[in-house]
Design a protein around this ligand. Structure first.
Ligand SMILES: [Mg+2]
Length: 305
């Protein structure tokens, strides 16, 4: 059976600046066997070239930009497919600017069709400009819903979701969130995987460490989902979620033998979802979701053109 993999990066391949044990063997097994795979990340700041270099510095060679699909690329794909030749005012970094440029989406700070919010680069001046653009009729979207992102041991930074939430509050408009778990991210990733492997793999497996993005998106897109415990989720928290992964692994190291042999494991019975406790740790929701948005108060009436 031809299997393709969509693979989250942070918490699956590396944590901070360290490779997760077994990750190198896993990637080498994928490359050696010609198994279709794509790294899928919600981080909209880097370009695919940046990510290939980052992994090379961590000791993972043999990767090229075609092995990566970011939420910035997904945002550019979405806009060029749904609104060709649109314009955007962008709060974001190199990866987002490059992806939009590649899809011929022009920058416009006067009367753009969209305000696009990504990781980083949010200054008071840019937020004010974005706010004004939205009041003039621009639609608000974010590359991903992450309110914060891990940057180190017990350290986080604000994410695109937090910046978008700021503009939602100031304008009374709702943002549309791309990136995982949005189905469009998984739909386009699957298409990219099929294009690269010259045919749709018979099954696509999403491997990730985060329930709200990796596992939820895979379940909603009809893919198999493997949760690894090498990142942000511990086993006792899995039962808190309605959606459950197909399989739970300590790390991707457990997949090396089956990738090399081409024989899938029979450990694919859905996780029974035993609930042992509620999530603890950092307060607040990690991600912006449509469900949360329904209950958010509108601080002022929605602007109309
Ligand atoms: Mg992750």
């Amino acid at each position: 059976m031809k299997t393709g993999y969509l693979i989250d990066m942070d918490g699956v391949i590396y944590r901070e600046n360290n490779l997760i044990p077994g990750a190198l063997d896993f990637v080498n097994a994928l490359l050696a066997t010609g198994t279709p795979f794509l790294f899928l990340t919600n981080n909209s700041a880097p370009t695919p070239e940046d990510l290939a270099v980052r992994l090379k510095h961590l000791g993972v060679g043999g990767l090229s930009p075609r092995h990566f699909y970011t939420s910035a690329m997904n945002t550019a794909d979405f806009l060029s497919e749904t609104h060709p030749n649109c314009t955007a005012f962008v709060i974001g970094e190199g990866g987002l600017l490059a992806a939009l440029h590649q899809r011929q989406i022009a920058n416009d700070s006067i009367r753009p069709d969209y305000v696009v919010v990504g990781e980083g680069a949010a200054t008071t001046e840019k937020l004010t400009k974005a706010h004004e653009c939205i009041e003039r009729g621009a639609r608000l979207m974010a590359t991903n819903p992450d309110n914060w992102c891990p940057v180190g041991h017990e350290r986080t930074r604000p994410g695109a979701g937090a910046t978008a939430a700021y503009l939602e509050s100031s304008t009374g408009r709702r943002a549309y969130y791309l990136g995982k778990p949005n189905g469009y991210m998984f739909h386009r990733a699957r298409k990219k995987l099929a294009d690269a492997s010259m045919g749709v793999p018979e099954e696509v497996i999403m491997i990730g460490d985060t329930m709200e993005t990796d596992i939820r998106g895979a379940v909603e897109s009809g893919m198999l989902s493997y949760l690894v415990l090498s990142g942000s989720t511990s086993l006792e928290l899995v039962g808190d979620y309605v959606y459950q992964p197909t399989r739970i692994l300590q790390s991707v190291e457990e997949l090396v033998a089956e990738v090399l042999s081409g024989v899938p494991s029979d450990c694919r019975t859905p996780w029974p979802g035993g609930r042992e406790g509620f999530a603890s740790g950092k307060a607040g929701s990690r991600h912006q979701t449509d469900i949360l948005a329904l209950h958010k108060p509108r601080p002022r009436p929605a602007m109309t053109k």
